[in-house]
Design a protein around this ligand. Structure first.
Ligand SMILES: [Zn+2]
Length: 183
């Protein structure tokens, strides 16, 4: 049977603290929690800032490598086709067909990849628009999270606890992001 909660000890006073989530799952909220026993702040990685989680989920990976994979056989085919048309006897049709088939294969892969990126980029834009108050609405959970993440001290505190914070969150409050980001 799965545990419905997990517990840790306060690193400051040693009190046992129950968390309302199974081990290995994260709770939406600030990872900087206040110990109910001693009232001091401690870091609990069972919690994750909802805005940071949503930001990472909205991240778009542009298919650069697939563009390269598609470009090489496509250019190769075109060059070979060019010389084939000039002088068909000096070239081999089989080479042209092989190049062409490779080009079509990687071009189709690229088109599929771009087809996936476009709606994701749209969702990221909608998320950033809502985050920056241009359009749409943030849920109460995200609003509270964003409010916490709007303080430089809070960002620094999370950073010190090795929480990955995209540079975006420093820039949006006009602060300089730390030089080295750990992931
Ligand atoms: Zn404590």
């Amino acid at each position: 049977m799965r545990e419905e909660s997990s517990a840790i000890r306060c690193p400051r006073c040693g009190a046992r603290i129950e968390r309302s989530c199974p081990e290995g799952e994260s709770i939406a909220g600030s990872p900087l929690q206040t110990c109910p026993d001693c009232g001091r702040l401690y870091f609990d990685d069972a919690y994750a800032e909802p805005v940071l989680t949503a930001y990472e989920a909205a991240e778009v990976d542009f298919p650069y490598i697939k563009i390269l994979y598609a470009l090489i056989p496509t250019v190769g085919t075109l060059l070979y086709l060019h010389s084939y048309l000039r002088d068909p006897r000096s070239q081999h049709l089989a080479v042209l067909i092989t190049f062409g088939a490779l080009a079509v294969f990687f071009d189709v892969l690229l088109i599929i990849a771009i087809g996936k990126v476009i709606p994701k980029a749209g969702r990221k834009k909608a998320f950033l628009d809502a985050l920056e108050g241009r359009a749409g609405e943030l849920s109460a959970e995200l609003r509270e999270s964003l409010e916490r993440l709007s303080g430089k001290d809070y960002l620094d505190a999370l950073y010190k606890c090795r929480v990955y914070i995209p540079k975006y969150f420093y820039r949006r409050i006009g602060a300089e992001p730390p030089k080295r980001q750990r992931r």
